[in-house]
Structure formats: C-alpha cells, structure tokens
Design a binder for this molecule. Structure first.
Ligand code: F6R
Length: 614
C-alpha cells in the first residue's frame, strides 16, 4: 500500500522523512522516494532521490548523494500503473512540480493524450500526468494555488496527493478524494501523512481532510478548502502516538473507518492483481504463481467461512461466466466432513481475511492431503494459510480491526474478479477488447465507492426505521444474491436484529409466510438484465405489507419510483463490478442500524475476529 509523508518546516527534513517512510513500511511497498526543495547559493532547487525495493536502499542512495532542505515530500509505492522500478517510483517531477500520489487516476490516459506534443512523459504511471497538468497550468500564468485547484477538477478517480513546487517557498499542496490524508500540526512546522502512523512522533494534533478537501500547508499555516474551493475549518483531533497504527482517526468506530477506507484498499488490491496501465489482468506468472495455468484447470473449489464465503459465492458467478470454469463453493466447516468427490485438476482456494480460520485451514490441508493444488487468498500474508498453500495471494486491504468484515470483503471480491478475468483471458473466452473494458471498469471501482459513500446520510436516516424492526429480509438475484446474504449477516452480527438473505425468486417458496405489515425488505437490484424480475419479487412482498428499501441506480429508481417505500440511488456501474460497489450501501445500513441501537459495533457480542477453533 502506498504511503505519503511531507514536512513543511524550518529544520532539515530528509532524515525525518526517511523515519516517516519506515513507519509506513507495514503497509507494504516496492519502491520509495523523497523530494525536497534544496536551498543553496543558486536559489531553490527541486531535487529527489528514489530507489527500488526497501527503504534501506533509498537511505543508501541518499548517503551516496545527499539531499536536504526544510520542505519535502516522501512516498512508499506499491505499483499500480507501471513496473515497480526506480523510474516509476514517486515523487514524480514535471518542470517545477514534484508530486506524490496514493490511489488511481482513472482518466490518466485521456489526460496524457490531451498533453501529447506539449509534454514528454518519463514514466508508465497514472500519476505523472498530474504533475504535468499543474506545471502546464502555471506555464499559462496561473498561480500555483489556482493551478493545483484547477488540476484537481480535471481528475477522475480516487486519490491523495502531496505536491511541492520549485519557487513556491515552504509550501505543500495536498488533496484528498477517496484516499485518506491527514495534516499534522506542529510548532513552526506542519506535516501531511497518509495516516496517523506516518505522523506518529512528529505530531499528535491531526486534521483529517474530508472527502474532496484540498489544503495549502506551510510551516506556520494550514488552509483547508472544500471541493467547491471554499475555505473551511476542519476539526483538530488529538491522537495517541502509541496507538497511531490502530487509530480510528475522526471515525466513531473502526468499522466506519474501514468502510470509508475502501476506495484506497480496493486500489491496493487492484495494484496487485491487474496491470492498470495496459488494461490487462495479470497473468499467473506476473502474480508469481509460477505453476498455475488456468487452462489446465477443470474446476475451482472455493472454501471459506462467513463473509469470505459470500465473496466466494459471488466469484462463482464470475468464474463461470467469464472463464467458463465450473466452481464449487463450500462452507469450510462442512467441507471435509462431507467427504467431497474431488477431481485432480481442481484448484482449491481458501478465501480468508485472517488466513487463520480453523475450519478453512483444515479444509486447505484436507485438499492438500488429496493431492490438489491449493491457493490461499488472504489479507494477512504471514498467516498459516498463506504459508501452507501452494500459492499465496494477498488482497492487501491492510489490518482490519472491526470484527465485522467490510474492507476485506470488497478486496476479496476485487481480487477474485481480477483472477476470473485473467482465467477468462488465458482460457480464450475473453477478447482483448473485452479484457480492456473489464479492467477499465475495475479501475473505476475506487471512484464509484467514493460516490456511494456520499449516500451515508440517507442511509443513516433509513437505518433509524430499520433499527426498530425485529427481523429483516435482503433480496437479490445473480451476483446480488450472495450480497443479500452478506447484507443480512452484517445486520445480524452488529445490530442483533434477525435477518435473512434470499435469492429474490426463492422467497415465495416458503419464507414469504414471514412477511407481515412493516417487515423491512432490502432489495438489491441495479438496472441489469435481472432488474424487472427482482422488482416483481419486491412487489410480491410489498403487497403483503413489507416496507421495502430498493438499492438501485438512477435508471432503476426511475423505473421503480412508486414501487418501493425508499430508494437508495447508487452510481451507474457495470454488471460485473456492481456487487463490489453495492456492498458499501449494505455495510453502511448495518452500521448505522447498530449505532442507532447502541451496540458494541467493533466488538459485537459473542464474536471474535479470528475464529481459530472448529
Ligand atoms: C463477518 C465476519 C466473519 C468472517 C469469517 C471468516 O463479518 O467477519 O464471518 O468473514 O469468520 O474469517 P476469515 O475471513 O478471517 O477466514
């Protein structure tokens, strides 16, 4: 995961930037770099040092060729667009501008096209174009502030940015859209950091930028502007240094923080599984899964528990549709005891956030004992499953602290969809053009999640009603059926309201008997080919007194406007990636319902984060 740190002060910054980068090492990275404005007799000069690999390599580089100043930015990069080499490492330079970036600039290729002939690009990154846009705007006579604000308006995607400019003394420009960014306040010194950990030891007074905010930071001042460029005052939070790694920041609960982190965490997952620069799904070789060949596999067996199992159920649809590969999904606690008939050319994939869940681990070992190839799709790369499986595939969502899984779920989905696309390509069922379109849709997910997060207030209001219910139903079809199961699980585990998820067409085969006046039914139905059918099922429960909440897009909302009691309008999203984006709304709904009820959201009763017993 990329990390950002920046210092605007009047003391030397290089060593402290390196320290900050070391504190960000836990996020994982493959290159690192720093840029400073060096003041010497010839005036200010923007300089940088970068290195592939570990921060010790960067420190060594700086030792060989020292750079220092009182203003600097630094970055650990986890490659998304372009290979993890020194050329693609941040900070990126364009003219007078030096820039670090977390996240994905979705429209980078259109922006590069716009600047064709005017600018020459040195890297394969989505980031470099942003530095060029700022420099180009200043060349037209704009002030640095206007050039920065103007550039932000041209960007599509989810990002956090830190910028320094040669000739603009002592100033860092920073912005946040989708990816978190914090400003640390010091004495005669101020900082930026991608999280409180980056700022630990530098500052305990932190301003967390809000969505769409941007800021100008000098050693004595911090000015924050909202997405409309209006100056705003954001609250200062005191953080405890020792707890910085596990800080909730401005969030009331870890679960909410983790829900809001998803534009960034999904970006990190994408980083690992796709080559966004070339719009390609990474081949097994690129994923360092040397002996894996999707063409040789006849079946996929996905084994998991709880939320991870629902991610696997969604993936079944993807692998079957995109790669024409038969998929079995098993709840791990059932798997080995039913003595499954396993065929040799099966890849067994354990899907697990922790990589330690006892039943999933036992299932993985069972598959190994039967001679199957095994893989572990995990969030914790040091976990037992990752160590024991033939292939370890990290989802890179970062530590998940809330007991109810949120960001790991969307990262599991993102990883599984990327793998399904790769399998489809390798097995010859996805054309180059379709692959390109699918990968483009994947890179849009962080932005679409950011847009969905804007529904937070509406969802909070709907949750008030839901919190008064004794029981609720979630309905969906196709990939949204497992999402309905996940919605119900989220609600019951943190709000303690009884909830069930059903395939929308299945309700009338029994459970509809439970619908009575006022029973909440949450219907997940983007305007895809199943929409009409799902809406018919919604009407079946409506006429029996259910109070329906339809989660759909603008087109669906227009069509069903008088049919549901409430409608949540999610952004337009392609059918394959829809469950990843729609997951956000069901997570927020469960979260706010639980908050209304005053439960212990992060540590719900009777639950443990990692279930290491059968
Ligand atoms: C639900 C939840 C659990 C876990 C399950 C598997 O919010 O967190 O259902 O998904 O216990 O855990 P992992 O993924 O660690 O194997």
């Amino acid at each position: 995961m990329c990390g950002i740190i920046g210092i605007a002060g009047d003391q030397s910054v290089t060593n402290r930037l390196l320290d900050g980068l070391k504190r960000l090492e836990y996020r994982g990275y493959d290159s690192a770099g720093i840029a400073v404005i060096e003041n010497n007799k010839d005036g200010d000069i923007l300089k940088r040092r970068r290195a592939q690999g570990k921060i010790v390599n960067l420190a060594e580089r700086i030792k060989q060729e020292p750079v220092d100043g009182v203003l600097g930015i630094a970055h650990t990069r986890w490659a998304t667009h372009g290979a993890p080499n020194e050329t693609n490492a941040h900070p990126h330079f364009a003219g007078r501008v030096g820039l670090v970036h977390n996240g994905i600039i979705e429209n980078f290729s259109q922006l590069r096209e716009q600047l064709k002939g005017k600018r020459s690009f040195q890297t394969q990154t989505d980031t470099e174009v942003v530095a060029h846009l700022i420099d180009e705007a200043m060349n037209t006579g704009m002030s640095a502030k206007d050039a920065f604000a103007n550039t932000l308006k041209q960007l599509t995607g989810a990002f956090a940015l830190g910028v320094i400019i040669d000739g603009i003394d002592g100033t860092i420009f920073a912005a946040r859209r989708g990816c978190p960014l914090a400003i640390g306040l010091g004495d005669s010194e101020n900082y930026i950091g991608s999280d409180a950990m980056a700022l630990a030891t530098l500052s305990t007074r932190v301003i967390y930028l809000e969505e769409g905010d941007w800021a100008i930071i000098t050693k004595d001042s911090v000015e924050v502007f909202d997405e409309n460029d209006t100056a705003v005052v954001r609250e200062t939070t005191i953080v405890s240094t020792s707890m910085a790694a596990a800080e909730k920041g401005n969030y009331r609960h870890f679960m909410l923080k983790e829900i809001y982190e998803q534009p960034e965490t999904v970006s990190h997952t994408l980083t690992h599984f796709i080559d966004a620069f070339h719009y390609k799904a990474k081949t097994p070789k690129e994923l360092e899964l040397e002996n894996l060949d999707w063409r040789k596999l006849e079946r996929l067996s996905l084994i998991a528990c709880g939320t991870a199992a629902y991610a696997a159920y969604v993936a079944k649809y993807w692998f079957e549709q995109l790669a024409l590969m038969p998929v079995d999904v098993d709840i791990a606690s059932e798997f080995r005891y039913r003595k499954p008939a396993l065929s040799k050319n099966t890849l067994a994939v354990a899907v697990s956030q922790s990589g330690e869940t006892a039943d999933t681990l036992a299932a993985l070992r069972y598959c190994q004992s039967k001679g199957l190839q095994t893989a572990a799709l995990v969030n914790v790369l040091e976990s037992t499953m990752a160590r024991e499986a033939d292939f370890a595939m990290p989802i890179n969502a970062g530590p998940e602290i809330g007991v109810a899984s949120t960001k790991a779920f969307t990262s599991q989905l993102t990883a599984l969809l990327s793998l399904a696309i790769a399998a489809g390509v390798q097995r010859g069922h996805i054309s180059e053009e379709r692959e390109h379109a699918l990968i483009q849709s994947l890179t849009q997910i962080p932005r679409l999640i950011t847009e969905t997060l804007k529904l937070d207030k509406d969802i909070e209001a709907l949750a008030l009603d839901l919190s008064k219910a004794k029981s609720a139903f979630y309905l969906g079809r196709g990939v949204h059926f497992p999402l309905a199961l996940e919605g119900a699980l989220k609600l019951k585990e943190i709000s303690y309201i009884h909830a069930e998820g059903y395939a929308a067409g299945e309700l009338k085969h029994g459970p509809i008997a439970l619908i009575e006046e006022g029973t909440p039914v949450i219907v997940i139905a983007p305007s895809d080919e199943m929409f009409e059918k799902t809406v018919s099922n919604m009407q079946e429960v409506s006429t029996r007194g259910a109070k329906t909440i339809l989660i759909t897009d603008a087109k669906g909302a227009k069509h069903a406007k008088d049919m549901a009691d409430a409608i949540l309008i999610c952004p337009e999203v392609c059918p394959e990636t829809a469950p990843i984006v729609y997951a956000i709304s069901i997570q927020l709904l469960a979260y706010h319902t639980a908050v209304h009820l005053g439960t212990d959201v992060d540590q719900p009763r009777n639950l443990a984060k990692s279930v290491t017993v059968e």
